[in-house]
Design a protein around this ligand. Structure first.
Ligand code: SER
Length: 325
């Protein structure tokens, strides 16, 4: 209780690991806007492409506990958004590295959280689901038998979060993100990356060769919704958090053909072709739509963007970024 009051009234500093990545870039900016950039510390192995005056940045490797500990102690960190992770397609190419990075970064955050009463956010994914999971309206509690290393790290990570909460009372919270679409940072190494690339290629070249089949429907989300949801979950009163595994959240589900048709409404010359590669197997193992009623019930999750609204916004923002007329 005391902890909740403290969080609301005098927020300590916030560390975002993986801050140069796809979620990290948008989240760091949103947190800096909301709480003041002096409260935000970004950490990543890669320099951010666009600093934009987002607060402090440390180039470091958080898979080493001493590096993370130094950041936490030197900056009076009270909250960690632990986003350092390899995604699904890279994970299949480098399974050992995916296991090492995804799990050791989380374990370090949880151990430091336990020792220093830190609140933690950790990103899970629809990749926790696998071929034996119901594909439509996938429930919060269901079969978790992923067949990718990325998915295996996400299931293991969720269980670790739950364990640290139950055993050590660590206030850790998590979301199972669908494919995320942002104009600020290009995705990298994921199976849902096509849904970002297609916008860039449509604007630059008016054509795109998609690495998934035209009818591969997957759950997706526009980044502003994902960021709002993340911050909202972290601000929710602890008594309303009913699971320390990842919460299902959902807004859109579409196939490559459906998003290509939506883009064509704005760029009629746009042509999309399809040449599925090894990422198709990953896409085929994931659900097509997600039941997020638990998140709606427990912490009032509600997305704003549908496919039409997202497409308009993406094209508008990317035109400015790419200098396309
Ligand atoms: N966007 C991620 C991926 O494709 C899913 O969590 O790997």
């Amino acid at each position: 209780m005391l902890k909740t009051v403290f969080w609301c009234e005098s927020l300590g500093n916030i560390l975002v690991t993986g801050s140069s990545g796809q979620i990290g870039t948008d989240l760091t900016e949103a947190l800096a806007k909301k709480f003041g950039k002096e409260k935000i510390i970004g950490a990543d192995r890669k320099e951010p492409k666009n600093r934009n005056d987002l607060g402090k940045f440390e180039k470091t490797d958080v898979t080493r506990k001493e590096n993370l500990e130094k950041l936490v102690k030197e900056n009076n960190v009270e909250t960690i958004y632990d986003l350092a992770s390899l995604l699904s397609a890279t994970g299949e190419k480098k399974p050992d590295l995916a296991w090492f990075v995804n799990i050791s970064a989380l374990k370090n955050s949880l151990d430091l959280a336990r020792e220093n009463s830190i609140k933690v956010f950790w990103p899970s994914s629809i990749a926790v689901f696998g071929p034996s999971t119901p594909k439509q309206n996938t429930p919060q509690q269901t079969i978790l038998e992923p067949n990718t290393m990325y998915g295996i790290t996400k299931v293991s990570g969720e269980l670790l979060c739950n364990y640290y909460f139950k055993k050590y009372n660590v206030d850790v919270r998590s979301i199972r993100y669908p494919g995320l679409i942002s104009y600020k940072t290009e995705a990298g190494g994921g199976t849902t990356d096509y849904a970002v690339e297609i916008f860039y290629e449509a604007l630059k070249n008016k054509k795109y060769e998609c690495f998934l089949k035209e009818d591969s429907t997957l759950p997706m989300m526009y980044m502003p919704d994902a960021i709002n949801g993340t911050i909202k979950l972290m601000e929710t009163d602890e008594k309303n958090i009913k699971t320390r595994l990842g919460y299902n959240i959902s807004s859109l589900s579409f196939s490559p053909e459906e998003i290509a048709n939506e883009i064509k409404k704005h760029i009629p010359e746009f042509e999309c072709s399809y040449k599925p590669d090894e990422r198709q197997r990953i896409a085929d193992s994931w659900p097509q739509s997600i039941d997020d009623s638990k998140a709606r019930e427990d912490w009032n999750w509600k997305p704003e963007y549908d496919l039409e609204k997202m497409t308009v916004d993406m094209l508008e923002k990317l035109k400015i970024k790419l200098g396309v007329k």
